[in-house]
Design a protein around this ligand. Structure first.
Ligand code: SAM
Ligand code: ZN
Length: 320
């Protein structure tokens, strides 16, 4: 583990600095965390987990070892990514599950010339982490899924992109206070319960430096696709990891009150996850959706009222 990463890590329970002793990270208050296959597992074992992958990772930490990481040949697409592409990138990528011809690394919406520190919360196999690293950031990807984090490390090595990846939970960020320039998250917090999102926003507020930026994608309640999805569920309360559709004012309030001045920006219409730069990977219908969405998103940037009917929005909050 590189020094700058270790220096940024902190106890997810009390934010105290951690020191490495063999295959453990120790907190001065008696908490300790396993490092398995060089992956620190910084989860709060007694919390109710948001996803079964966290329970799995805690099992790996308790055993202290994991199956060997798979070997990926040159030019091959990592088998984890082949299998997970529908889950990470959404339904419009279903045609390439198991037969991805390339890694869909998105265009990152921010740049830095100063090697700013960015955390990618819920990174899975790291598409946004890798994009952020290519945009100049020093990146730590964080996800509760041990196997996803190992896949992210493999892909980063394969593509020769520098980024660190650790196992952690958005609600208990295992990162030192006021140490991060950008907290980024895509297609993660929209799956969490409102109280977990509020806890995450507080955690982001703690780790951001004053003036630091929070940029988080969320699903918005009054988008046309969102309305259809909610109607399909009979407008019942969402369960488990189902998407939550936030009213724009509630979403803004949640982040503004815990981080600082916030605004919403349009991300997409009629879909939640597909990127315009991935047209070659989408289903035929998906390509049409994304083309129309791109035009509407550009219009909504000029006509802010339209953002309230976007399906996918960015929450941009600046830590005061
Ligand atoms: C739909 S995937 C999105 C992955 C990635 N951000 C992307 O856009 O490709 C959702 C991710 O959220 C992660 N996740 C679930 N609970 C989480 C939590 N409490 N904190 C952080 N990530 C979580 C899952 O393990 C999964 O990798
Ligand atoms: Zn501690």
């Amino acid at each position: 583990m590189e020094r700058w990463v270790l220096d940024l890590l902190a106890c997810p329970r009390d934010a105290a600095p951690l020191t490495r002793e063999g295959d453990r990270l120790l907190c001065p208050h008696g908490h300790h965390y396993a490092i398995v296959d060089e992956v620190p597992i910084l989860l709060v074992s007694d919390a109710v987990q948001t996803h079964w992958v966290a329970t799995d990772a805690l099992g790996v930490a308790a055993r202290g070892h994991a199956d060997p990481s798979v070997a990926v040949g040159e030019g091959e697409i990592d088998p984890w990514v082949q299998a997970a592409i529908g889950a990470t990138n959404g339904n419009l990528y279903r045609g390439v599950i198991g037969r991805l011809p390339r890694y869909p690394i998105p265009r990152f919406p921010l740049r830095t010339a100063d090697s700013d520190v960015l955390i990618d919360i819920g990174c899975n196999w790291g598409r946004w982490s890798l994009a952020a690293s290519r945009a100049g950031f020093r990146v730590i990807g964080i996800d509760p899924a041990f196997d996803a984090v190992r896949a992210a490390r493999r892909v980063a090595t394969q593509l020769d992109v520098e980024a660190a990846f650790i196992v952690g939970d958005a609600r208990f960020l295992p990162i030192a206070s006021a140490s991060v320039d950008v907290a980024f998250s895509f297609s993660v917090l929209q799956h969490l319960a409102e109280s977990d999102v509020a806890q995450t926003a507080s955690s982001i507020g703690r780790v951001l430096k004053p003036g630091g930026l929070c940029l988080v994608q969320m699903a918005a309640r009054y988008g046309p696709r969102s309305i259809v999805q909610q109607a399909r569920r009979g407008f019942r309360a969402p369960k488990a990891f189902e998407v939550r559709y936030w009213a724009p004012s509630v979403l803004l309030g949640c982040f503004a009150s815990r981080i600082g001045p916030a605004r919403l920006e349009p991300d997409a219409f009629f879909s939640l996850n597909a990127r315009p730069e991935d047209l070659d990977l989408l289903t035929r219908g998906g390509r049409g959706v994304v083309r129309v969405s791109k035009v509407l998103t550009a219009v909504a940037r000029r006509v802010p009222l339209l953002t309230s009917v976007a399906d996918s929005v960015w929450v941009r909050a600046r830590r005061i």
